[in-house]
Design a protein around this ligand. Sequence first.
Ligand SMILES: [Zn+2]
Length: 849
Amino acid sequence: MPIKQSLLTLTLFVLTSALQAQDYFFKDKAPFDTSIPSPEEFLGYPIGQQHTRHDRIVAYLTKLAEVSDRASIYQYGKTHEHRPLVILTVTSAENQSNLDNLKRQHLEFVDAGKNASNYDLPVFINLAYNVHGNEPSSSEAAMLSAYTMVASNSPEVMNYIKNAVIFIDPTINPDGRDRHSQWANQYQGNPLVSDGQDAEHNEAWPRGRTNHYWFDLNRDWLLAVNPESRGKLKWYHEWYPNVVTDFHEMGSNSSYFFEPMKPNASWDPIMPKENYEDLNNLFAGYFKEALDGIGSFYYTKESFDGTYPGYGSSYPDLQGALALLFEQASSRGHVQETDYGKIKFPFTIRNQYVSSIATVKAAVENRTTLRKYQQKFFKTAESERVATGFSGYEFGDAHDMNRNKAFIDKLLIHKIKVYKNGNKFVVPMKQPQRRMVQNLFESYNKYRDSVFYDASAWSVANFYNMQHKGVKSNSLGQEITTTDGLVNVSKVNKAEYAYIMDWDDYNAPAALYHIQSKGVKASSAFKPFSINTSSGNKSFSYGSILIPISLQKKSPEEVYDIVKAAQDKFQVPIYGTNSGFSSKGIDLGSGYFQALKKPKAALLIGDGISSYEAGEVWHLLDTRMQMPISKLQINRFRSLNLDKYNALVMVSGSYRQLDSIQRKKLKTWASKGNTLITIANASKWLVDKKLVKEEFTKKPKDTSKTKDKTKKVKRLPYVDASNNIGREQLGGAIFNVDLDLTHPLAFGYRTSVLPVYKNNEVFLKPSKNAYSTVAKYTKNPHVDGYISNDNLEIYLKPSASLIVSPIGGGRAVMFADNPNFRGSWYGTNRLFLNALFLGNKIRIPKGRD
Ligand SMILES: [Zn+2]
């Protein structure tokens, strides 16, 4: 074939296949403005042929904003890996040029003091996609939705953009998406391989679901730990959309899910029931019609719940919007075999696209209902009485201003009003974000259901171990609008003899690491004392850090500069003293000061290990302590030199790769005086593999005389099995423990009762050694969340939450609970950090108990 002719054929082929590809998605949206490039024209391949990288998605949306007066683009943040987070705003050209005015009118509906009545105003819709990076269909659908709204001149779409402002967030989690996209594309075969065992369909650890630090961003809306959520929350509270979507994927053998969710569990106790009962059913009618229209199968009502207020499909519900969850059976890769034949990537994209358009249609046709609902939501926020009868909450910790600051930051990002009154902070109930105040402070004991999709406890005040109480009347004081300048430590003066740092402050370990990493020696007080400082006589608690001046290799000037820099950076209380003589308790030369070694920490990661828990450790040390930790791949364990580390962290995992030889290696290393720190199921593994001589709490033996075993055999309906099993699982709840405040692991705590987070069934028996049970659940430990009666009475109450167990000359610090859960447990982080910083100083007394 001559070159010209072959080119023509090729062009024709590309054009036809392009048209066919577009027809598959949106032939009913023609005619399209031909001056606007379709995703296929821009990317050079039809949507669904490969996984589109986030930078290409951003480039396409940027192009749409360039060429069309219907679209504008806004960057609301960037990820840990510096990828831009963007929103494309699409509406008619007329609305686009009038956006400030529309926004002003829209915001009157969320202002209880205003009586907005322009219900016909364009509805604000946030189409948000791909919070889980390895659920990729939705970001591809985002480009199709954007193209449709920008380029279609059909009467249908013209009506949508006249009556809606559509905010398209194509990728909530770009770091995870790119991790997965790279995987799926690099293993893509030609021809495609649908075998589920092929590498394309089996991503390597940690997979693409989570962000850079392996956090699930679909839990982070409430906790606001990561830049992705923080940027989005700032944007959110500027716009308060009426409808928000959240697109996901699930197992390949499933079909499609849209709301309503599982009825009982999905009722958040503080949500207006119109949200669940009326709006969800109203919108379901549109999704049903759209999916029936293309012959796609789906289900509703059987699963998922919106109780936890930190999902993308629940947080907006608490802001007067209708938030919508969609779940598509995943092709995970480009095509995969299932029980129902092959599921193809374009098919999954089309369902998400069709549901996006149905969302816009439903919102436009019901905009008056949505506006009235949101208006009422905010008016009742201020007028309704709460069941507790409290008019507000007081909180604050006198010894830890940086923890106060972190908690207040969380209140402010949710637009909760907070005031400072003397030494106390006050949050009133009467405010637009009253329901968020309830979420953060109230705890619940009664549930309509017992099987949850996730955590059943989210009283964030307990996460922060924030002392708080409900009050019946309050005087507010000065409103706090920023956390800048909230912590005001008095600057440390140059001293002749020593410096002393409080260990109570959340940032104290970060400051200590800074000082140690500059080569300055420090020790920890194993008993309290009072001494004269540059700020007068001060009493210091367990764990206070002593920095002696004459014992350093550095000059007093250099030591001062380092101490001062640590204080500047981390804002912790540090005092100078010119004498070692205490007015009370131990003197500064006492043997009760233990010289500390700088932690050289490592963390096992890889197959079989919980990437969430590992990510929480990495994130804590990186972002809060500014301390490096080596991430050791478990498949290389055999060849690793463990002697480079004095602390090793093992989070929940199966650890099947550690055979008896590798376990011996681990034991030998620990025996040299090092500290093995295990969390939750890793603690169980240590006991199971007999690396420590500890036990689990067992059910007491049945003492009844009957030997008739048949009486004990239960027979139950098959259909109830999953619910019955679910009921015994501890999805996530909060319990109080009693701490031994004199134990090094509890240094920095002033009160012995501490809330901890438990989302496992690891029940450790208190240690036989009388000095080794650092934290045990209190007599009535339940604080918040669901636990079955058996789990509470038989297993939890007699158990220990934290024990230390000897391994030769070293030890294992064993957590039954997760002290670093979701980067939000400021209250228990210190237990974990103590294990890193003070672990090697723990002796296990052998005395009789
Ligand atoms: Zn998902």
